[in-house]
Structures are given as structure tokens and as C-alpha cells.
Design a protein around this ligand. Structure first.
Ligand SMILES: Cc1ncc(COP(=O)(O)O)c(C=O)c1O
Length: 417
């Protein structure tokens, strides 16, 4: 949920830190992603405090929100990055992240991704198949390098979350299952240009129950013992991301401190540096999507629609994951309505909320769609010829444009006459 000290109502008007959302809309237009920098920092510091008892290194999972300024906010605190592609690596490097603090995951890294990662000197690459290990070895050999690798283990744990974001089940494409690990260790003994230093897992996202991590970790600990007895120097134990946030006040997320209490005793037995890859936890609730009401309409059944200028092209989570986002009127009203809050895109799936009670906002007024900091702007598109939204970051009394709104020219710039 939104931190109401950083997104307070002042005189009945919602603000981000010291700036009213109304004035941000006037200055930058809508739709607009508004991020509280101090909220990002608070989340990072809270995460670090929770796991302070463990030798660990946190790598922000850039896929959640890849804006350079977001990456940089964490990097300035000492945080590393988890990237999933050459493009994300480029972003992390552009943001100024030390390559020695970057790790690369991804089930389908291309040869170009791998070469870019190796020549950039990142900390480690995590492989998800025997073929990929051979590929990394070949490329490292050609470049005359020896590369630190991890293997992503698929622990066959089905975390209870949305089916599209569970990744630790053997039905899924991710990682290498227990049955194939013997072959992996055998292969690794013969590869000259890779060195196995890390065991890795990532069982999904928005996981509320620490037991799923516990079960997967027990399996990974067995793999650790096997790897060590086979002579591998495992220095890193990467348990991925997946820590939950509250989207719906009716379903409060398990606090990060609970995960730390449950997992620390197991993790400290590894004698390794623990790598964490939180994404959503660090960013989701630090950003709101500010949108203006274009029209209100009531159909013959009495059903009410509030049509806003943001759509699924800005925030696809409700359409893709049926996810809940709280919606607040920027200017508080005394009366409420029950309405579908919908965007302008030609899809019935283009909605932010159905049958939602919201303040009785009029046409031209502003709404804030909450929890829009993770898997939101990064998934935006130009579908329906829509311009991807601008983004601002607020730090106290200062707002900074951190992404310009797309232009019509950009919509066609890569098309060839
Ligand atoms: C390998 C890996 N690490 C980390 C993350 C970040 O997950 P979350 O945002 O739930 O923390 C993901 C998300 O899909 C992932 O695939």
C-alpha cells in the first residue's frame, strides 16, 4: 500500500512528498507515472535492515522498473542489479552501475547477450540449461576469458501466486531440474572457460508464504552439498526475488521481516554470500499512475463508467493478471459512486477496476491508480497508436522529469519508407 506519509492528502488534495499531484498534472500532463524517491529508498533500507544479519548482496531486479533514475536511486545506496537481457544490462550500465555488481539471469540469453555480459565484466551469469552452459563456455573461450557462472535450479515448488508468475515448478520453462543436475556437474568438469560459483533459484513473484521459499531452499541446500562434494567452490547462493507487496488492503502482504526471520537460519548454514533479487518489493508502491477523467457515462442498465486517459497500454496488470489496484481521487469528495474505471483502448480488457466505489469525480478531474511502480511502465506499449506516458520522480519539494512522453514522430521512427 501507499505510504501515506509520502503520498499525503493535504487540504483534501493528494500529494507526492511535497508536491500536489494536481500541479504535477498541470506541469507534465497525464497519464503520468509519479514516483516518490524517498519511498524507493525506504523500501530498500527496510529490506537491507531485515536481512542485515546475513552476509548478503542485494541486486535490484531491473525488470520491475527499468527507468535509469530508479536504477540509480538504488545503485547510489550500494545496491547491485539483476538483469535479464542485453537491453537491461545496457540500462544498468547507463545508469552507472558497477559491472562487478551486476548479475544476469534469463532462460533464453542470446549469444549477443552473453558476449555483452562477458565483455562488460559482470559478476556472474546464471545458466538455465546444459546447452546454455556450453554456449557460455564457447563464447568465453573465444574471448579468452574465464567466467563465473551460476546454475538456476528448478526446485519443483509451486508457489501459490498468479499462474503467470510462478516459476519454480517443473512444468515451467525455468531452471534445471534435480534429475539433470548430475549431467550439469559432469559437464562443468569439462568446460574450461566457466567456473561454477553460484546456485540460484527464483520461484515466482508476489509470494505470500515463506514456506515456499523454505521448501525450495531445503532442496537447494542438498544441491549445495552435492556441488561442494564434487569440488565446486560455491560462493554465492541466490534465492531470487518474489517478496510480496500489498495491492489490496484486504490482502495485506506478509512483512519482509517475517521472510527474514524464517529464512535466515537456513541461509546462514550455507557459508556463502546470499544474493537477493527483489523487484516488486522495492518499487511497486513507490509510484502512482496519475490519470485524468475524460468522460463519465451511465448506460441504460444504470451501469456507470469513468473513462480515463490512461489505459492498459500504460498499466496492463489488471488485464494480464486480474490484479487489483486501489484508485484514489486526487481531490477528495464527500460522495462516492460505484463505477468501472476504464481506459480508451479498444479492448474490453482495458480497465483498471470494475464495480469500484470511488469518490464521485467529475470530468476533467484526476485519479491516482496506486501500486504502479512494478511491472507497469516497463510493460507499456504503443498499441492503438498510444503515446507511452511520461514519468516524474519527486524528492521532497522537487520534481524531475525522468521519462518524456512519447511523440507521434517516435511512433514511426523505426519504420522504413
Ligand atoms: C530471475 C528473477 N529474479 C527476480 C525477479 C523479481 O521478482 P519480484 O519482482 O517478484 O521480486 C524475477 C521476476 O520475474 C525473476 O524472473
Amino acid at each position: 500500500m501507499l505510504d501515506s506519509t509520502l503520498f499525503p492528502y493535504r487540504d483534501g488534495v493528494l500529494s507526492c512528498e511535497g508536491i500536489s499531484l494536481g500541479s504535477l498534472a498541470d506541469d507534465y500532463g497525464t497519464p503520468l507515472f509519479v514516483t516518490s524517491r524517498n519511498s524507493l529508498l525506504n523500501q530498500y533500507r527496510r529490506f537491507e535492515k531485515a536481512f542485515a544479519g546475513l552476509p548478503h548482496f542485494t541486486c535490484y531486479s531491473v525488470k520491475a522498473n527499468f527507468n535509469l533514475h530508479v536504477i540509480r536511486a538504488f545503485a547510489e545506496e550500494g545496491c547491485g542489479c539483476d538483469v535479464n537481457s542485453g537491453g537491461e544490462l545496457f540500462r544498468a550500465l547507463q545508469a552507472g552501475v558497477d559491472p562487478g555488481k551486476i548479475i544476469m539471469a534469463g532462460v533464453g540469453k542470446t549469444p549477443e547477450d552473453i558476449e555483452y555480459a562477458i565483455t562488460s565484466g559482470i559478476l556472474l551469469l546464471k545458466a538455465e540449461s546444459l546447452s546454455e552452459l556450453r554456449q557460455i563456455d564457447t563464447i568465453a573461450g573465444r574471448l579468452g576469458r574465464k567466467v563465473c557462472v551460476g546454475i538456476r535450479v528448478n526446485p519443483n515448488v509451486t508457489a501459490e501466486t498468479h499462474p503467470y508468475i510462478t516459476t519454480g515448478d517443473s512444468k515451467e520453462k525455468f531452471g534445471i531440474g534435480e534429475a539433470d543436475l548430475g549431467d550439469v556437474f559432469e559437464l562443468l568438469k569439462h568446460l574450461e572457460h566457466v567456473e561454477l560459483n553460484c546456485l540460484d533459484m527464483h520461484i515466482g513473484s508476489q509470494i505470500f508464504d515463506a514456506e515456499f521459499y523454505h521448501a525450495a531452499l531445503e532442496m537447494l541446500l542438498d544441491v549445495l552439498a552435492t556441488a561442494r562434494s564434487a569440488g565446486f567452490d560455491i560462493r554465492y547462493f541466490d534465492i531470487g526475488g518474489g517478496f510480496p507487496v500489498t495491492y489490496d488492503p484486504q490482502k495485506p502482504a506478509t512483512p519482509i521481516e517475517h521472510f527474514a526471520d524464517k529464512l535466515t537460519p537456513l541461509l546462514e548454514t550455507t557459508g556463502t554470500t546470499i544474493l537477493f533479487e527483489p523487484g516488486r518489493f522495492l518499487t511497486a508502491n513507490s509510484t502512482i499512475l496519475l490519470t485524468r477523467v475524460l468522460y463519465r457515462k451511465r448506460n441504460h442498465t444504470g451501469k456507470e463508467f469513468v473513462i480515463v486517459d490512461a489505459g492498459m497500454t500504460d498499466l496492463i496488470r489488471p488485464a494480464l493478471y486480474q490484479s487489483h489496484h486501489e484508485i484514489l481521487a486526487v481531490r477528495q469528495h464527500d460522495t462516492t459512486i460505484v463505477a468501472d474505471i476504464v481506459g480508451p483502448v479498444c479492448e474490453s480488457g482495458d480497465f483498471f477496476a470494475r464495480e469500484r466505489t470511488v469518490d464521485s469525480v467529475g470530468e476533467g478531474e484526476l485519479l491516482a491508480v496506486l501500486s504502479a511502480g512494478a511491472y507497469s511502465s516497463v510493460m507499456s506499449s504503443n498499441y492503438n497508436g498510444r503515446l507511452r506516458a511520461a514519468e516524474v520522480m519527486v524528492d521532497g519539494e522537487t520534481a524531475k522529469l525522468i521519462r518524456r512522453r512519447d511523440t507521434y514522430e517516435q511512433l514511426i521512427q523505426n519504420e522504413v519508407e
